[in-house]
Write a protein that binds this ligand. Structure first.
Ligand code: ARG
Ligand code: ZN
Length: 870
C-alpha cells in the first residue's frame, strides 16, 4: 500500500492523556493502555493502529465492550460509534523475546528496550501511531527485581517500590506532550555512569549512561561529548535542556545508530562505547557526533516534531546540520567538511542518481523505514546549510528563534521551517524550496570568456530525470567563487556594476543558464568554484586545465577547495586510465604532474596533518563509478591501484619520513583531533608503503607496538590485502585478543569482508558459522554482509554472480527475521542499470528471485520492486 503526502488529513480525535502499565516478561508481556479521547473531527468510529499483538480486551468508560462493537485486524482496531469524549482501556499481549524485527518492545542481551520510530509503538499497544498525535504519558513498569533492577521510561520517576513474588515497579511521568515514536522504556541489570551538567540558567541536570556491567569505563568519552553538546547548543543556538534528568542507554541489538526518545535516548552500543584499546579515532568521532545528534533532537525533533513522516527531514536534515556544525567547532572545520562531502558523494549522489532517488521531502512511500536515507539526512542537511549560507549566520539564528517561537510544542512541516527562515531573513525562498521536492543531483557546466578586462562565467544547470520526475526545473543554488592569478595570489571578485570587491562571492543561480561578469581583472583569473561545497552539485564541466588544478591544490585560500582540486584532478586522470585500459592501450595519461603536486601537499608542514591525510586519499571506487555511463568495476579498481602505486614509487622516502615523524608527533594515545590528525597522516603514508609486500614486516611491527586501535587497524588494513604470512598471524592474534567482545570482533569480520583476496566470498560463508556471528544482530550483519556488498566492489561484483546470489540469500533470510535490515542490504542491487550486459543479467535475475518470493515484507518489496523497475 502506497502512502501519499497529498492524502494527509488531521486525526479526528485528540488524545488528552495516555497511561501505560507494563507487566514485563520476555515470553508474555501484558500492556494496559488507558487513553482519554475527545472528538475534534467528524468521524463516527475510532481507528487505532496495532500490529503483531494479541488483543485481550477493550473497555469504553469502564465497560468491557462486546466483540460486535469493534474489529481488530489488518493493522487496525476500529471501535464503532464512540461518544464525543471517553476513556478507552485496551489490554494487549505479546512476546518481546520473539521480536526479531527490533521494532517496538524487544529483548537485547537479556534487557528490555524499545525502538518506536517510525511505527514501532503500534507493536506495543493500539494507538494513533502518527507524529501529529501528541499527548502526556504516565508509564508504570512492573518486572522481576533480580533480573531487571533498573526500570526506566521518559520524564521523571514519580514512584517506585516492591511487589509480591520478587517483582518491583516504577512509575514515570513525562511532563511534555510527545508523539508515540518518542516513547521508550528500558528494563535490565545495568551499570550506571553518572555525571551532571549545570545549565546556563543554573539548573542542575543529572546525566546517566546505562551500560552492560563492566562497560562503565568505556563511557567516559560519550559522557564528555554529551556535556560538550549541551553547552554548545546553549552557546550557538540558545537552546537549553528542559528536564532535570537525561538518561542514555547502550544496547547491543539495534537497527540504527541511536534514537532520541524524550530524556531516554537509546543507543546502539557502537555509538557509545569507546576506549583506546577498542575504538579507532573515527569511532571516537562517531560517538561524539551521534551523542550530540540525539541530544540536539531534544529541540529539533522532540519539542518541535514532524506533522507526518514526509516531513522527516524537518528534524533529521536540521539535526544533521547541527551536529555537523558542532563537529566543525570541536575539530578541524575543513577536514569535517571534506568528510561530509566524501560521504555525500559516496552514498547520497548514487542514491539520487539511481532507481531509489527521492526528494528530501518524499511524496510517497510504501514502508517509511526505507526513507531514513542519505537523501533525507545528508542532502537534507545540505539544504539547511544552503539556507544558512543564503541568509548569513545571524539571520539564520533569527530564523531558528522564530521557528522555535512559532512551533514549540507542535508538529510542523518543512514549509513551516522555510517560512520562518524566509521571514527572519527577509528573503524569498519560494524557488529555493524546490530543493525539498525535486530529486536528483544538479549538474553544473561552467565556461569562461575573458575580453577587454571583463571576465565572464557562464553557468548552465541541469538535473537528470528521476523516477516519477521526468522534467526538472532550475534550482536556486548558492555557489561560492573566488579568483587566483597565475602565481596563486588571490584576485578580487567584483561583479560588473558593483563597487565592492571581495575575496570570495556567493553567486546565486536561478536560471537554466546564467552569465556573471566580473571587472577589475588585469589578467584572466583561475576560478575557484563551489568553495566549501556551498551547494551539493556535480561540476561536470569546468574551464580548468591540469595546471589550474595543480595551482588550486597548492594555493587556494579555501582549504576545502584545495582538497577538491586534487580530487577533481585525480578523477580526470583515473577516468582516462580506465578508458585507456578498456581500449587495450598501454598508453595511459601522464600522471607525473599530479603525483608531484600530491607529494608537495603531503610534505607541506604548514598544513594540518589531518588535511594532508585527506589529500593523500584518492576518490573512492564508488565516486569514480558515478562518473561513468557504464561502470567498469575492475577497470576502476585497477586504475586506482595503479595510480596509488605511481604515488608510492615516487614518494617512498617522503612516506617513510611522514610515517615516522607523525607517529612520534601523535605521542601516547589521547582521543584528540590533533592526535587523530597525526595518526591519520602516518597511516596514510603506511598505506602507500604497504603496497610493497616487502613492508609487511613494518605493518606487523606497527600492529604489535600499537597502543591504540587506530594504529592497529591501519596495520591490519595493509596486511589484509597482501598474500604474506604476517596477515594470518596478525588476524589470528586480533581474534584471540578480542574474541569476547563482539563489537570489536565486528572489525575482524569487516576486514575479511573487505579483503581483495580471491577467496573472500568462501571465507565469508565460513564466517557465518563463527560462534560470534548472528543474523539476529544488525551490527554483525552489517560488519560481514553490508561491508562486503558496499565496500568490496571487485569481489561483490564477481563475474560469476556468486556475490549477488550470496547477498540475496541473506536478504531473504532477513525478510522474515528483520526486514528493515534486509531492505537496506538489498540496495546495492539497484546498480544493475549501469553495468555491462553480463552483470546486468545476473543482477536482475537475483532481483527477480526476490520478487518471486512469497510473503515479502513491505520493506523488502518496496526496495526490490523499485530497484528492479526498468
Ligand atoms: N531518529 C533517529 C536518528 O536519526 C533514527 C531512527 C531510525 N528509525 C528507523 N525506523 N529507521 O537519530
Ligand atoms: Zn536523527
Amino acid at each position: 500500500r502506497v502512502i501519499r503526502l497529498s492524502e494527509y488529513a488531521p486525526y479526528p480525535f485528540r488524545v488528552d492523556s495516555l497511561a501505560l502499565a507494563f507487566d514485563l516478561d520476555p515470553a508474555k508481556t501484558r500492556v494496559q493502555a488507558t487513553l482519554r479521547l475527545t472528538r475534534t473531527g467528524t468521524a463516527a468510529d475510532l481507528e487505532l493502529d496495532g500490529e503483531d499483538m494479541t488483543l485481550v480486551s477493550v473497555a469504553l468508560d469502564g465497560e468491557t465492550l462486546p466483540a460486535d462493537r469493534y474489529t481488530a485486524g489488518d493493522g487496525k482496531l476500529v471501535v464503532r460509534g464512540v461518544p464525543d469524549a471517553f476513556t478507552l482501556d485496551v489490554v494487549t499481549e505479546f512476546a518481546p523475546a520473539e521480536n526479531t524485527k527490533l521494532e517496538g518492545l524487544y529483548v537485547s542481551d537479556g534487557m528490555f528496550c524499545t525502538q518506536c520510530e517510525a511505527q514501532g509503538f503500534r507493536r506495543i499497544t493500539y494507538f494513533p501511531d502518527r507524529p501529529d498525535v501528541m499527548t502526556r504519558y504516565t508509564v508504570t513498569l512492573r518486572a522481576d527485581k533480580a533480573a531487571y533492577p533498573v526500570l526506566l521510561s521518559n520524564g521523571n520517576r514519580i514512584e517506585q517500590g516492591d511487589l509480591d513474588g520478587g517483582r518491583h515497579f516504577a512509575v514515570w511521568e513525562d511532563p511534555f506532550n510527545k508523539p508515540s515514536y518518542l516513547f521508550a522504556l528500558v528494563a535490565g541489570d545495568l551499570e550506571r555512569v553518572q555525571d551532571g551538567f549545570r545549565t546556563r540558567s543554573g539548573r542542575d541536570i543529572e546525566l546517566n549512561i546505562w551500560v552492560e556491567h563492566g562497560n562503565g569505563p568505556r563511557c567516559t568519552f560519550a559522557m564528555e561529548s554529551l556535556k560538550k553538546a549541551m553547552k554548545w547548543d546553549e552557546d550557538v543556538y540558545g537552546l537549553e535542556y528542559d528536564l532535570d534528568l537525561f538518561n542514555v542507554v547502550a544496547v547491543s541489538a539495534f537497527n540504527m545508530g541511536a534514537m532520541e526518545n524524550k530524556s531516554l535516548n537509546i543507543f546502539n552500543a557502537k555509538a557509545i562505547l569507546a576506549d583506546p584499546d577498542t575504538a579507532t579515532d573515527a569511532e571516537y568521532e562517531y560517538v561524539e557526533s551521534v551523542v550530540a545528534h540525539e541530544y540536539f533532537h531534544n529541540w529539533t525533533g522532540n519539542r518541535i516534531t514532524c506533522r507526518d513522516w514526509f516531513q522527516l527531514s524537518l528534524k533529521e536534515g536540521l539535526t544533521v546540520f547541527r551536529d555537523q556544525q558542532f563537529s566543525a567547532d570541536m575539530r578541524s572545520a575543513p577536514v569535517e567538511r571534506i568528510n561530509q562531502v566524501r560521504s555525500l558523494r559516496g552514498r547520497q549522489f548514487p542514491e539520487d542518481g539511481g532507481p531509489l532517488a527521492h526528494p528530501v521531502r518524499p511524496d510517497s512511500y510504501i514502508e517509511i523505514n526505507n526513507f531514513y536515507t542519505a537523501t533525507v539526512y545528508d542532502k537534507g542537511a545540505e539544504v539547511i546549510r544552503m539556507m544558512h549560507r543564503l541568509l548569513g549566520a545571524e539571520a539564520y539564528r533569527k530564523g531558528i528563534d522564530l521557528y522555535v517561537e512559532r512551533h514549540d510544542g507542535t508538529a510542523a512541516t518543512c514549509d513551516d521551517f522555510a517560512a520562518a527562515m524566509a521571514d527572519a531573513g527577509g528573503r524569498d525562498l519560494s524557488q529555493f524550496k524546490l530543493w525539498y521536492s525535486q530529486a536528483g543531483t544538479p549538474q553544473l557546466r561552467v565556461t569562461e570568456t575573458y575580453e577587454d578586462g571583463v571576465y565572464a562565467l557562464t553557468i548552465r544547470q541541469h538535473t537528470d530525470p528521476t523516477p516519477g520526475q521526468p522534467d526538472k526545473r532550475p534550482l536556486h543554488i548558492p555557489l561560492e567563487v573566488g579568483f587566483l592569478d597565475r602565481t596563486g595570489q588571490p584576485l578580487p571578485v567584483r561583479l560588473e556594476g558593483e563597487d565592492t570587491a571581495a575575496d570570495s562571492r556567493v553567486l546565486e543561480l536561478r536560471e537554466a543558464e546564467q552569465t556573471f561578469r566580473f571587472t577589475g581583472l588585469a589578467e584572466k583569473p583561475v576560478p575557484s568554484l563551489n568553495r566549501g561545497f556551498t551547494a551539493p552539485v556535480r561540476l561536470v564541466e569546468t574551464p580548468h586545465t591540469d595546471a589550474d588544478r595543480a595551482l588550486l591544490m597548492a594555493h587556494d585560500p579555501d582549504t576545502f577547495a584545495r582538497w577538491e582540486a586534487g580530487q577533481q584532478y585525480a578523477v580526470d586522470l583515473l577516468l582516462k586510465m580506465v578508458a585507456a585500459r578498456a581500449a587495450g592501450s598501454n598508453e595511459g595519461p601522464d600522471t607525473a604532474a599530479f603525483v608531484e603536486a600530491l607529494g608537495s601537499s603531503a610534505a607541506d608542514e604548514s598544513l594540518d596533518a589531518a588535511f594532508r591525510a585527506q589529500v593523500l586519499t584518492l576518490p573512492s571506487d564508488d565516486f569514480l563509478a558515478e562518473q561513468m555511463a557504464v561502470i567498469d568495476i575492475d577497470g576502476i579498481h585497477a586504475a586506482r591501484e595503479a595510480l596509488r602505486r605511481d604515488i608510492a614509487r615516487a614518494h617512498g622516502a617522503l612516506f617513510r619520513r611522514l610515517r615516522d615523524t607523525h607517529r612520534a608527533a601523535a605521542g601516547p594515545f589521547a582521543p584528540t583531533a590533533e592526535g587523530a590528525g597525526h595518526r591519520a597522516l602516518a597511516n596514510a603514508a603506511l598505506s602507500y608503503l604497504g603496497l610493497d609486500a616487502a613492508n609487511a614486516k613494518l605493518a606487523l611491527e606497527q600492529y604489535r607496538a600499537a597502543d591504540n586501535m587506530t594504529d592497529a587497524m591501519a596495520a591490519l588494513r595493509v596486511l589484509n590485502d597482501l598474500d604474506v604470512p604476517e596477515r594470518a598471524e596478525a588476524l589470528d592474534h586480533f581474534h584471540d585478543r578480542f574474541k569476547g567482545d563482539p563489537l570489536v570482533l565486528d572489525k575482524w569480520f569487516s576486514l575479511q569482508a573487505m579483503s581483495q583476496r580471491p577467496d573472500t566470498l568462501a571465507r565469508l560463508k565460513d564466517l557465518m558459522g563463527h560462534p560470534a556471528f548472528s543474523m539476529r544482530n544488525p551490527n554483525r550483519v552489517r560488519a560481514l554482509i553490508g561491508v562486503f556488498a558496499n565496500a568490496n566492489p571487485v569481489r561483490f561484483h564477481a563475474e560469476d554472480g556468486a556475490g549477488y546470489a550470496f547477498l540475496v540469500d541473506r536478504v531473504l533470510e532477513l525478510n522474515s527475521l528483520n526486514p528493515q535490515i534486509g531492505a537496506r542490504l538489498l540496495q546495492p542491487m539497484g546498480r544493475w542499470r549501469r553495468m555491462e550486459a553480463a552483470r546486468k543479467a545476473l543482477m536482475t535475475r537475483e532481483l527477480d528471485r526476490v520478487l518471486a518470493t512469497p510473503d515479502l515484507a513491505p520493506d523488502v518489496y518496496e526496495i526490490a520492486s523499485k530497484a528492479r523497475a526498468e
